[in-house]
Design a protein around this ligand. Sequence first.
Ligand code: SME
Length: 171
Amino acid sequence: MFVFEQAKGNKEANYEQMLKQCEALLEGETDWLANLANTASHLFHVLPDINWAGYYLMKDGELVLGPFQGKPACVRIPVGKGVCGTAVAKEQTMVVEDVLAFPGHIACDAASRSEIVIPLRIDGKIVGVLDIDSPVEKRFDQVDQKYLEAYVAIVLSHTDWSPILNGSCFA
Ligand code: SME
């Protein structure tokens, strides 16, 4: 059983603890579906002021909804559309302080006000994104970006991506 409490207090210290928890959560497990499901749940329950955390994975040239926590979300996002598709097209993390001011933002939960999207890059190829939404405007800053990118790096390094890279997980 894992018991994770929502982080309170110093932001950097909380993130350092979260990264250790992530390592512990993934220890000895390389299954992509299990690891994405467990880390979506971990992020959702530990990060304060968020209303959605989860993954979209590339399939046949578009993003398709993967493991997540939060309200049901739109299933398919074309590359270049919304915050998620823009992160894939630009191959970079997107930090959106006010989603209402982001042209083409795709609203899955009307409560969302800010968002961070981090590409999942394996062998130079983007295979998906981590997407986190908040009901608070300007919820994510450079500290969040730095630590959430580190979190994604842990997920990437602990997981066997061959079923995704050779397409067999979607066959
Ligand atoms: N807001 C995202 C869509 C996914 S949901 O937030 C879960 C976007 O604009 O790409």
